[in-house]
Design a protein around this ligand. Structure first.
Ligand SMILES: Cc1ncc(COP(=O)(O)O)c(C=O)c1O
Length: 438
């Protein structure tokens, strides 16, 4: 496997910056003169531009057109914002730097990324993907299989052998998500990427990195060809914009993606590009706090006997695999109560935890995926994919953890999910009949 990865890395385009450092394109010198590489937390906030007034915040070029200097259309770098805009370019170069990629592209939403990526496919092509996929991705793939002649295989991507079994000459794309959502299953990206490229050198491995963000995972370094994510989530962090981000190391592949963005007009608007750039600067501190809170809450629920799915818990069946790839556990977890009505009551009794789809926001959110984000997957398919209807997803924010736990505890009591005893609260439903953790 290692040798395949090495071969794959050898195929990546290498460039050096003006100082001779082997770094991705960036609007900022990504490394000090002594050659030491800045840490990601520094790169997130550090940008430089050639703005005429040295503006500290990159200006929003709210202009659809840019004047040309000759009748033949020559002149400046930009002519029309659908094709390119300075604010968007700055964001793309900043993202390429933090994603350690040769090229990053930004579009109007995470789903727009998948739309652009799947336009690489031709009728008859086969796609292999997971059985616990984000509902919107599932919907788009279903549309393509019904209307676009694409054959989609949903397999258990947590077992690389299941992917291997369906790989063929016709496989054009393998689409992965890790951890999956809401079942929080971990996918072995390096092994699947190696299997895929060994079987079919032309197949593209594409990874949806929305759950972890570039802060915690770099799929391109694990053998993926394309990484994309919903910028609506952690990158923006405030639920005040929609965006999608893609990154590649293969310049020719980047050009193909850019062609579709320019042709279809889904490039991110100048204002949203600016907002996203602002959000990215605080990604480090937000993620650190959100993860710490998520760990506390996962432990609290597990101690009270709930079946909790979170890669920060040693009880997670793929704990080691997750930590072999990622730098953190993220801030999304799910738990089961054993009863859909009780789950509904918990969700409706919480106050600090807002009932909302999505995740990655500074505010904590609670939801029932089968009723909300994954409702577009029909009940029969949900059952086939063993998605518990009672599952509750928590997307943890940056609030005080004691307040979050207090609010959750109150909701659990109010919903009848726990018993109140002289010693505190006690879970009613134990995970798979086991005794609660100490
Ligand atoms: C894992 C995952 N991928 C992609 C998307 C789609 O992103 P957007 O809502 O920005 O289109 C979402 C949205 O919830 C998601 O959770």
């Amino acid at each position: 496997m290692a040798s395949s990865l090495e071969k794959l890395k050898g195929k990546m385009v290498q460039t050096t910056d003006l100082d001779g450092h082997d770094l991705p394109p960036s609007p900022a010198p990504s490394s000090p003169r002594n050659g030491r590489r800045y840490a990601l937390a520094t790169e997130l906030v550090y940008t430089e531009s050639n703005d005429q007034y040295n503006a500290s915040s990159v200006p929003i070029y709210q202009s659809a057109t840019f004047k040309q200097t000759s009748a033949s259309g020559g002149g400046g770098e930009y002519d029309y914002t659908r094709s390119g805009n300075p604010t968007r370019t700055h964001l793309e170069r900043h993202l390429a730097k933090i994603m350690n990629a040769q090229r990053a592209l930004v579009v109007s939403s995470g789903m727009a990324c998948l739309d652009v990526i799947t336009r690489l496919l031709r009728p008859g092509d086969e796609v292999i993907t997971g059985d616990d996929l984000y509902g919107g991705s599932n919907r788009l793939l279903k549309y393509l299989s019904t209307n676009g002649g694409i054959i989609v295989h949903h397999v258990d991507t947590t077992d690389p052998e299941c992917v291997k079994a369906v790989l063929s000459d016709k496989t054009a794309m393998v689409l992965l998500e890790t951890p999956t959502n809401p079942l929080i299953k971990v996918v072995d990206i390096p092994t699947i990427a190696a299997y895929t490229h060994e079987r079919n050198a032309n197949a593209i491995v594409s990874v949806d990195n929305t759950m972890l963000s570039p802060m915690l995972l770099n799929p391109l370094e694990l053998g993926a060809d394309i990484v994309y994510e919903s910028g609506t989530k952690y990158l923006s962090g405030h639920h005040d914009l929609m965006a999608g981000v893609m990154a590649v190391n293969d310049i020719a592949l980047g050009e193909k993606l850019y062609f579709t963005i320019n042709a279809s007009g889904c490039g991110l608007s100048p204002f949203d590009s600016w907002l996203l750039l602002r959000g990215i600067k605080t990604l480090g501190v937000r993620m650190e706090k959100q993860q710490a809170n998520a760990q506390r809450i996962a432990e609290f629920l597990e101690q009270h006997g709930f079946k909790v799915r979170y890669p920060g818990l040693k009880s997670h069946p793929q704990y080691k695999l997750h930590w072999s790839m990622a730098r953190g556990a993220g801030a999304v977890l799910s738990f089961e109560t054993g009863d859909t009505t009780i789950s509904e009551r918990i969700v409706e009794s919480a106050r600090l935890w807002a009932i909302s789809v999505s995740f990655g926001c500074v505010n904590s959110l609670i939801s029932m995926p089968c009723r909300m984000s994954h409702a577009s997957i029909d009940p029969q398919t949900r059952a086939e994919r063993q998605m518990p209807e009672d599952i509750i997803r928590l997307c943890v924010g940056i609030e005080d953890p004691e307040d979050l736990i207090d609010d959750l505890q109150r909701a659990l009591v109010q919903a009848g999910a726990v018993k109140v005893t002289l010693n505190g609260i006690e879970g009613l439903t134990l995970a798979d009949g086991e005794a609660p953790a100490a």
